[in-house]
Unconditional design. Structure first.
Length: 178
């Protein structure tokens, strides 16, 4: 990644919740995502890489750095994860960072650094990325199908989609409000 490019904190995209949902679910269909998809492979296909912080440099959140896309074979974005995270939390973190990539960087058209520090924190930016992630990993039709078979069981829903139980619970609640 070119270190001479000015990276700025992401700005809100100001899309409606419906637009974010539709973009996320469309991307999931294009990528052929399922509950069993390997997000490391997805990141690589999209032109990025995933790295882990060592314990001495760990922060309390994952991050993404996006440079301007080029035609080179070098990754144009890097998702940084914490050293030891449960698989469901890791999957969720990757999907959230992909939300920043597609919503706030416009897939490499705007160079950004979303490191979730207190000085750069923007509640709307994070809410947009979270909404994107929830629909990317748990699209409406799949949630409806799974909930039809398991009922209102957020633990089973989380296990099926490989996300934290709190995420599945929130998605289930919002889905039932439709």
């Amino acid at each position: 990644m070119d270190d001479t490019i000015a990276l700025t904190p992401p700005e809100p995209c100001y899309l409606s919740k419906t637009s974010i949902r539709d973009r996320s679910q469309t991307l999931g269909r294009i990528l052929g995502l399922s509950a069993a998809s390997d997000l490391y492979e997805v990141v690589e296909r999209l032109g990025g890489k995933i790295q882990r912080l060592d314990d001495m440099h760990s922060t309390d959140m994952a991050s993404i750095t996006v440079a301007t896309r080029t035609t080179s074979h070098e990754p144009f974005f890097t998702i940084t994860l914490l050293p030891s995270v449960l698989p469901a939390k890791e999957r969720w973190s990757i999907a959230h960072e992909l939300g920043h990539l597609f919503l706030h960087s416009q897939y490499g058209h705007i160079p950004i650094k979303a490191n979730h520090s207190a000085s750069d924190y923007n509640e709307l930016v994070e809410a947009e990325a979270t909404l994107f992630a929830s629909h990317l990993l748990m699209p409406d039709d799949a949630v409806e199908k799974v909930m039809h078979s398991i009922g209102r069981d957020s633990v089973a829903l989380a296990a099926h989609f490989g996300v934290p139980e709190s995420v599945a619970w929130q998605r289930m609640q919002k889905f039932q409000q439709k």
